[in-house]
Design a protein. Structure first.
Length: 174
């Protein structure tokens, strides 16, 4: 088992968001917005049109500086690739910061924004990552997520893109 599952309940307080560094802009993208030629967004639009997501809260948060994307994070509703989620749950994933801009708080800032947008009372948010990814785990823990279990990612016919994240061992949360 090499996938770590983290969970945050909406009852945890959302601390004030750190300020966006000078010159940077934070942009939201949703499947009904224009996509340009970004292959990930085109795929998401198709999945949205096919109603593969449980609801319409799919949101990409991006942080940009002078036309360059420095950071991206995706909030995803439940769909077939995440069978461990309950109806109404959301997941923070696809977190990436440009290598030259890591450890400057951009990922924490964008997780904060996701919480401000979605962390209503009772809202459960998942964070799933490779259990060897120290930076990602530090981000999850620092953002108020608690270890919820461990599992694996399936690869039907060797294709990771269509695989599922399976939560094989669920921890009892205090
Ligand atoms: C994981 C990743 C998104 C973190 O982005 P970042 O912008 O550097 O993160 P931040 O600067 O906001 O740091 C968030 C927390 O993680 C900690 N952290 C970041 N990088 C770390 C590292 N390499 N080792 C240990 N801790 C680290 C920070 O100290 C901070 O902790 P704190 O809240 O206790 O202060 C970035 O390293 C990345 O893009 N990695 C490659 C893609 C990836 O693995 N994504 C995760 C997939 S789920």
């Amino acid at each position: 088992m090499n996938i770590a599952f983290f969970l945050r309940t909406g009852d945890a307080a959302v601390p004030p968001e750190p300020p966006l560094p000078e010159g940077m802009t934070l942009r939201l993208w949703r499947p009904n917005d224009k996509s340009g030629r970004d292959p990930l967004r085109i795929g998401v639009k198709i999945q949205h049109l096919l109603s593969l997501y449980d609801d319409d809260r799919y949101t990409e948060i991006g942080i940009w500086f002078e036309g360059t994307r420095l950071h991206r994070l995706i909030v995803t509703p439940r769909w077939h690739r995440f069978p461990f989620m309950d109806r109404g749950d959301l997941q923070i994933g696809g977190v990436w910061t440009h290598p030259a801009w890591r450890r400057r708080g951009l990922a924490s800032l964008s997780v904060h924004r996701a919480h401000r947008l979605f962390a209503a009372p009772g809202q459960r948010l998942w964070y799933v990552t490779d259990s060897a990814n120290g930076a990602s785990i530090a981000l999850a823990k620092g953002s108020g997520y608690r270890p919820a279990g461990e599992g694996r990612r399936t690869k039907p016919l060797g294709i990771a893109l269509v695989g599922q994240y399976r939560l094989d061992r669920r921890y009892t949360l205090a």
